[in-house]
Design a protein around this ligand. Sequence first.
Ligand SMILES: [Mn+2]
Length: 302
Amino acid sequence: MPRQQHHFFLDIEPDAAADPTAPYAVLPLPYERTVSFGEGTAGGPAAILDASHEVEDFDEELLRPLDLTVQTLPSPDMDGLDDEAALAVIGGAAAEVLGAGRFLLSLGGEHTVTVPLARAALDVTPSLSVLHLDAHLDLRDRYQGTPWSHACAMRRIRDSGARTVHAGMRSWSAEEHAYAARERLPVFPAAEIVGEHTGRWADRLMAALSDTVYVTVDIDVLDPGLAPGTGTPQPGGLSWQQVLGLVRRVFREKRVIAADIVEVAPIPGTRVTEFVAARLGAKMLAYHRVEGRTDGRLSPRR
Ligand SMILES: [Mn+2]
């Protein structure tokens, strides 16, 4: 008999996981339309939700129980919709959560989902900046004939007027290189982060962000040993501690209103990628609850 799958985030009470007034909302987005190399991101959200039930309910770093009330939303119905219409549905779902002053954690799915998610956050806070952790720049104008490819996600977000800051990169195209130089983008390649132990890169990264931040994490920012289940793995990625250290600092010093974890593509026989993604999601919510600045928005239960 197959094992029972868990359909909501973290091993919490089912009533809490369905609470529309919870300070935290998780939005599963099994969106997979413009695969370029490996496939399987449509299975990412369900695998992360299931794996999240193995996350310990005590945080070993903050030294306190997680104690999170997190509503897990249904995946929006995007059947039969073209790309732009499907992305509009995602944006609508995000706007509802953000408009209520609740923190939104979205789970992908391919990186394209970040376009409507970040735009919804930008509508709430026009001075928003987007912190982009990824092995790739995703700044192509078009890829494989479409402007809605995962490889174009950050370019579309920049088209919306958001400030962007990029870290963890170790593969990009000539076009992206020229665009980043022309736009004078703050880009912190993986080699700079891995090879520098003073933390000065992180000071510069923090200075490049505005006060209100959306955090998007392509799981391939981590080294492939930690996240082999992803569409386009790249060698030389960041460590768990490097990603956590940065994310914790951003949640502590900035006002983070939403985040996503995308490009998880489960591999049969190993659950490491989805478990790492689940842990990262739980960490972000814990950082927000314990150390995060809310500045008068809906105050998470302390
Ligand atoms: Mn990537």
